[in-house]
Design a protein around this ligand. Sequence first.
Ligand code: AMP
Length: 210
Amino acid sequence: MNLIFLGAPGSGKGTQAEQVEKKFGIPAVSTGNMLREAVKNQTEAGLRAKSFMDAGDLVPDEVVIGILKDRIAEDDAKKGFILDGFPRTVQQAEALERMGVNIDKVINIHVEDEKITARMSGRRVCEDCGASYHIDYKPTKSDGVCDSCNGKAVLRDDDKPETVLFRLKTYHEKTAPLIDFYDKRGKLITVQGQEEIKDTTKLTFEAIEK
Ligand code: AMP
């Protein structure tokens, strides 16, 4: 089963992708996490991506598509995968089709913009393993410490308010057209991104099992 999670930054798609990974045993593939890892390790792709990411802008397609292609060719992705944060443009979706990747369902998590901006300031991400938390909705057990790996759970630079507004604008201009793209292909299921994570998870599981 190959799934795509669509949604604005802060819609909770990463969190839901982690839940689906646990339940269905297929890896969540987050291009954002892979790019942050590449920046940390100062790889060639990371060096190219950094300035775009800091500004909240999209990283050029050729960098992201290369990373994604290598990742889904790995053994654990043979039985399926969940794409979180890819594709983010119609060009990326077309590249995925050209790679011959068949997508079963596209789960679109819908959250209003006003809610997003309020949510993002509470978001925390582990510097080491990329696990995501929220100070109100999904707090770490110990303040600022990742439950999974004991790394530091921090506010990402690009979750700062001014960058969030730009990321939302980018989402509406470049990513939201994918809703129509996948609807036309009969793959789209929209799920309302509720306040409580577990409520969205329930709707997400129902959408996948339908
Ligand atoms: P995310 O963790 O998904 O919010 O991604 C964080 C940042 O990584 C984004 O703001 C972009 O700069 C970059 N990024 C992640 N996925 C993509 C993608 N598919 N295409 C272009 N840039 C991406």
